[in-house]
Design a protein around this ligand. Sequence first.
Ligand code: GLA
Length: 658
Amino acid sequence: MPSLHDATRGRILFGGDYNPEQWPEEVWADDVRLMKEAGVNSVTVGVFSWAMIEPRPGVREFGWLDRLMDLLHSHGMGVVLATPTSSPPPWMGALHPETLPRADDGTVVGYGSRQHFCPSSPVYRGYAKALTEDLAARYADHPALTVWHINNEYCTHCWCDESAAHFRRWLAARYGGIEALNSAWGTAFWSQRYDNWAEVLPPRRAQYLRNPAQELDFKRFTSDALMECYTAERDIVARHTPHIPVTTNFMPLWAGQDAWAWAGQEDIVSVDVYPDPSDPRAGQYNAMIADMTRSQAGGPWMLMEQAAGAVNWRPVNHPKPAGLNRLLSLQSVARGADALCYFQWRQSRQGAEKFHSGMLSHAGENGRVFREVKRIGAELSLIGARVTGSGVPADAVVLHDWDAWWSSTQDGRPSSLVSYTELLQAWHGGLWDGGISADFARPDADLSAYRMVLVPQLQLLKDAAVDNLVSYVRGGGTLVCGFFTGVVDEDDRVRAGGMDSRLRELFGIRTVHEWWPLDAGATVECDGFSGTLWSEEIEADEQAETVAAYTGGELDGLPAVLRKGTAYYVSTLPAPEALRALLGRVAAGAGVRPVLEDLPSGVEAVRRGELLFLLNHGGSRTTVTLRGSHLDLLTGDVADGAVELGRHGVAVLEEVPA
Ligand code: GLA
């Protein structure tokens, strides 16, 4: 199987989406000159080129792309070549309106933007496959081709009749008979029983709350339907070029694709990451997405898109202050990225993204953004050979699962203030604040390599995952589990007792009497800390130890944090500092150490291979004390005992033997 290694060959890939069809060809020469100046070695081409390549049905216009591929190759650039199938040309929607997706209320999603295709449409799929076939045949032997990039950020949901028929086929394969579907969906409720398959629909707009199990299956189905589109194109390019790795770019924390399942279908796992420059936790967010993507990849991963400056899709789009692009870029490398790319190379002058930054901004080659890009390119070439292919050691792992996420987003739950992704971020943030490196894993994965497992929240747990957690703890592992976990089974059916009985036994919970969600901004006092969002009325068994109790209020004296052996249950969301302290104490007991002790506030330390990265998110200059001498690969300086880090500063250190 080809891999990212086949594309990097000891260098970090550096570059970005390149959309030269937006510019006259004279500009291309300037582009490649400046790319070389910036140390760019890889560009992603063709992402939105369908209408240029196929201006009318069946016609092929490859001349411009031939010239572009040759030009890029002659300047030493590798090409990540995209199948342009995420944005069908207007002719398709005009000729075949059934290829356009429909919203849950039947509204047609028109063309004129992008991603306007029904994933179940055989007509769309047919055109996409035909174009992919010709593209792959044409460039299979082109020396610039390094990676295939299929489509772009698969995200469409469709409720049309074609999707309904496809959904029924998917359901029939899952359940066999209609009575099994009725049982899984609990259709005895509200007279929803289906008598035959023809009656079954996607969860369309309805009078009141929709069936949650139907919604859960529709999310599973949509992820699978999109994946069929991906694998169809992947199989075509892989047949032409078995030696070239294939990827499709994920959106981070995007509910629409079960990334664990998708990652298993890719040679390279890639992601698009856009931390908000004005968010004081941008560094933690970037770290979390890196850890997640590395875990999905099982090793080095590709940062397919980030922004050199501002994006254009937030209510207020802040630029990156000087140094932040470099800090977040090197942080991604520290956490396993072997490719660091941007959306996009040259900032657009027209279209919906003309105010979205580029590596080469409207300010041009003398602009601050481009100067920083050049610096990053130069620095990557200094460290590339030392980092590519190497791993990021972690003794802790955070469990993350799409089924659990989907089930937690439904209407009709105890509190709509609880957000699965915010809980993930809070718990990963507790580790990050404590300087502890972590991977992510799915709940049924082999966890034996980790000393500590964290479950921020897994509302839905399949039986196999429950067994996995129980045997992990029985085998001596330390488990810390957040509230409202193990509540429903695979069909979204509430488990007897409101929490799986094996889990209750594991944590020392006799009964969860009631869930007590909190209002926005409200807190619940516990021994030594405040909890937010949630609390629970728990009756513990004799073997459980109350680590912290609720104080005052309805739950006074009842356990807030409970422990039985090495299994901990946390029935509220402790305030950030308290969560950090709790996870730090449990980690110490499990033998999980921070990468470095006693770091100044805001400084992150990460080990990758033999190197130690120090990253200053703190906002002001600081000094890190270190034992022994270290060579900073970025400056060539040797530091004895201490390293200075400027605002947004980074050091990439190698220990110098005494
Ligand atoms: C996504 C897309 C790009 C671009 C950027 C803007 O990541 O893949 O085409 O629209 O967003 O941030």
